[in-house]
Design a protein around this ligand. Structure first.
Ligand SMILES: [Zn+2]
Length: 84
């Protein structure tokens, strides 16, 4: 299962966005993951683009909401485009 973005506290994943979200067939209101519904049900390609554009905002929003974490992992496909 491809995880697009995950935040950790030590070794524990405290929030993430993965196939359960971008592959979802349920209502977006049920989304509780770090993307706040942006990737919900949109499919992998779109979700990667959203994550590329918005992951820093999600991380900031998570911190602002009081979520404790000390590590962030963004999958390669959703990282910024390489320069070369
Ligand atoms: Zn998500």
């Amino acid at each position: 299962m491809a995880t697009l973005i995950a935040v950790y506290l030590g070794r524990t994943t405290v929030n993430r966005c993965d196939l359960k979200c971008y592959g979802a067939r349920t209502e977006v209101a049920e989304c509780e993951c770090i993307c706040d519904g942006m990737n919900h049900g949109v499919g992998l390609a779109r979700a990667e683009a959203n994550t590329r554009a918005s992951s820093q905002d999600w991380i900031a929003a998570s911190r602002a909401s009081g979520l404790e974490f000390d590590g962030v992992e963004v999958c390669v496909g959703a990282q910024a485009e390489p320069l070369f």
